[in-house]
Each structure stands twice: as structure tokens, then as C-alpha cells.
Design a protein around this ligand. Structure first.
Ligand SMILES: Cc1ncc(COP(=O)(O)O)c(C=O)c1O
Length: 368
């Protein structure tokens, strides 16, 4: 954590220290409860990773920093935070740099939920926060998505009069669908007094839709999470941001203890932000391959939920877990199944070649 860390370290309570030992659940941990053993040439479209990996300037920056790996160099993290603040028009005091967005997601839930303060989430939705709510002893309230697969803001509010956290994943994982900005504003305006809206924007770059950062800037009780794991292809390098009003931010980061960011992650993130063409280019690549995949599914008569992200739900019309196992036998690892939609499997958009291999395997499995 880049900011507040030294001061916050002094505030750590025994409970928070114990919680800090828990690192949360990342996507590959959730995917198949660990990715199963696979051949070297397996198609990995189970964890919403970016097969393109880090951009070239990020790779060069990582190589160049290796000789300096013996130094903590926390000034590099400050430079990254300042650059992000400048790009987004934020005050740097509103930003903390973290090892991906899993730690601040987990810590936010620990900070704002309790046996008296529930955790309200959409269903289906990314599960990490729900798991952390179980650790904090909070009631977990799952509210089905609307017919258009948006978060149901009004139903979430109605179900969460005791809420500590309203989690909004935008675009949503696993559906890849958007919740309108106006609904997030509505949530922020009508939530119980002490609750926060936790907006997870892990996939926001893959869409052209607006971010919720304006609500943070406007001083609302909103926390935004960003990661370099998706469009920037840095899941293994680990870098992200938590952005919130300083009083909220301190509550989150103080539960994480004192640490420094790996310099490799920081310089790769900085180089990625400086590559001004990168996001648009990768958004275009992802959208093109996603559309080609949808066209193929249409031609073959399969049902799926149209997505704006790098993943989508595909209806197999049979127990999704069986299809997943059968696909693994074909050397294609696909994503997990959510209990509320048991015949749907989540597919990550890979490279064109990977999606061609997915198509061949899927057709074979569905004919068997
Ligand atoms: C919605 C969502 N949030 C957060 C994360 C955490 O990603 P990371 O810790 O790599 O930033 C993921 C990973 O897949 C995700 O899908």
C-alpha cells in the first residue's frame, strides 16, 4: 500500500492484524478451486486473463529494473500514483497502490461489514467479497441481476437496510454486462448512512462506459477498485489501485498492514499508463474476437448472454460442470458455473486461435 501505510501501521488492531494475514481469493483460486493440471498447450480461458500479457514498454521496464531489485524504491510507487492521479484528474491522496485489486476488495469488505452490517451483492457476481463477508460474520444478501443483467439497484437497497457494503461489479463478472451509471448514483444517494458502494472496475477499460470515479471526486461514499490484471495483461505481476475519499481509504488500507509494492509491478504499470494507445487497441482486439465468437455461436444456434467484457456466459442446456469437465478432456479449460445459473459456463475471450480451438472442442462436447 503506497499511502497512509506508515501512519496506518500504528493503528492496526489485533483483529485487523489477523485479517491482514488473509490474502483474499483471486480469480485463478476461484476458477475450478485452483486451475486443474493441464498440458502445456492447453487453452486457458477459465480465469479472465489477458493472453497478450504486458505491453512491450512494460516488459522493457521490468527488465530494466531488475538490477535495482535490491532497493525498496517506494518513490516509484508514488510516481505511479501521481501519474494515475494526473490522468484521471484525481487528488493523489485519494489513491493507494496495491498488489492487484484482490487485497483492497477483501480489505474493504472487512472494513465495512460486520455481524451488524451486511454485504449486498448481485447474483451471479464475483465471489471474493462474499467470502470475505463470511469472515467478518456479515449477513450476505444476494440480489439477482435484472432482465438486462444489470445490478438491481432498487432491489439491493430494499434488501440491504442494514448494509455495510453494496458491491457493484461493473462490467459484471461473470456476465460481462454493464450497470448504468445512473443506478450507481442512485445507490450512493439512497444507501443507509454508514454504508459504502464498492465499485469494482476490473474490466471497465474493455467497455466505453463511464467510470464511477466521478462519484469519488464528488465526495460520495464510493470506493472504486482498478487493476492492471485485465486490459493491461499484468495478472501475474500484480498491480492495482483503490480510490476513495481519504477517510474511507484509510479505513481500508489500515487493515492491510505495512508493505511495499514489487518494483517490477510498479514500473510495468507506469509504462502501461504511458502507452496512450494501449487501452483502445486492446479493447478493439477483445471486441473483435468476442464478436466473431458470438457470430459463430449464433450460426450454430447456441445461447449466450451478450457481453461488453472479456468473458461471457454460455448456456449449455445441461449441467455446466459436466461440460466443463468434458472440455478439460479436450484440453480447453473453461470457466466456472454459478449456482443460480447451473447450465451456464463462463468463457473468457482468448486469442483468435484459442477461440477456434474452443469452438472445435465445444462442438465436439455438445454432440456427445
Ligand atoms: C471482478 C473482479 N474483481 C477483482 C479481481 C481481482 O483481480 P486482481 O487481484 O488480479 O486485480 C478479479 C479477477 O478476476 C475480478 O474478476
Amino acid at each position: 500500500m503506497a499511502r497512509f501505510s506508515r501512519r496506518s501501521f500504528l493503528h492496526l488492531s489485533a483483529v485487523a492484524s489477523a485479517a491482514a494475514a488473509f490474502h483474499g481469493m483471486t480469480e485463478p483460486m476461484l476458477a475450478a478451486a485452483r486451475r486443474r493440471p493441464h498440458a502445456k498447450d492447453a487453452v486457458l480461458i477459465d480465469s479472465n486473463e489477458n493472453p497478450l500479457g504486458p505491453c512491450q514498454p512494460a516488459r522493457d521496464a521490468v527488465s530494466a529494473i531488475i538490477p535495482l531489485g535490491g532497493r525498496y524504491s517506494d518513490n516509484l510507487t508514488d510516481e505511479l500514483v501521481n501519474l494515475f492521479a494526473q490522468i484521471e484528474g484525481l487528488n493523489p491522496d485519494y489513491i493507494s497502490c496495491t498488489a492487484g485489486s484482490t487485497p483492497p476488495l477483501s480489505l474493504s469488505v472487512l472494513a465495512f461489514t460486520s455481524p451488524q452490517k451486511s454485504y449486498v451483492t448481485a447474483d451471479p457476481c464475483f465471489e471474493t467479497g462474499m467470502m470475505m463477508a463470511a469472515i467478518s460474520g456479515a449477513r450476505v444478501v444476494k440480489v439477482p441481476l435484472t432482465k438486462t443483467y444489470a445490478h438491481d439497484a432498487k432491489a439491493m437497497l430494499a434488501a440491504g437496510s442494514d448494509a455495510g457494503v453494496f458491491y457493484v461489479c461493473n462490467p459484471n463478472n461473470p456476465t460481462g454486462t454493464m450497470t448504468p451509471h445512473s443506478d450507481i448514483e442512485y445507490l450512493a444517494a439512497n444507501k443507509p448512512k454508514d454504508a459504502v458502494i464498492l465499485v469494482d472496475e476490473a474490466y471497465i477499460h474493455l467497455t466505453e462506459s463511464p467510470s464511477a470515479l466521478d462519484l469519488v471526486k464528488a465526495g460520495k461514499d464510493v470506493i472504486v477498485l482498478r487493476t492492471f490484471s485485465k486490459v493491461y495483461g499484468m495478472a501475474g505481476l500484480r498491480c492495482g489501485f483503490v480510490i476513495a475519499r481519504p477517510d474511507l481509504l484509510e479505513k481500508v488500507v489500515s487493515r492491510g498492514g505495512q508493505n511495499f509494492m514489487p518494483v517490477t509491478a510498479v514500473v510495468a504499470a507506469t509504462a502501461s499508463l504511458k502507452d496512450s494507445a494501449l487501452v483502445a487497441e486492446r479493447r478493439r482486439i477483445n471486441a473483435t474476437i468476442r464478436q466473431q465468437t458470438f457470430q459463430w455461436l449464433d450460426r450454430k444456434g447456441y445461447t449466450y448472454i451478450p457481453s461488453e467484457s472479456n468473458c461471457f456466459l454460455l448456456d449449455t442446456k445441461r449441467p455446466g460442470k459436466e461440460v466443463r469437465d468434458a472440455m478439460a478432456k479436450e484440453n480447453v479449460l473453461i470457466g466456472r458455473v454459478w449456482p443460480i445459473m447451473p447450465t451456464y459456463v463462463r468463457i473468457t475471450v482468448g486469442t483468435q486461435e484459442e477461440m477456434e480451438r474452443f469452438q472445435a472442442a465445444f462442438q465436439k462436447v455438445m454432440k456427445s
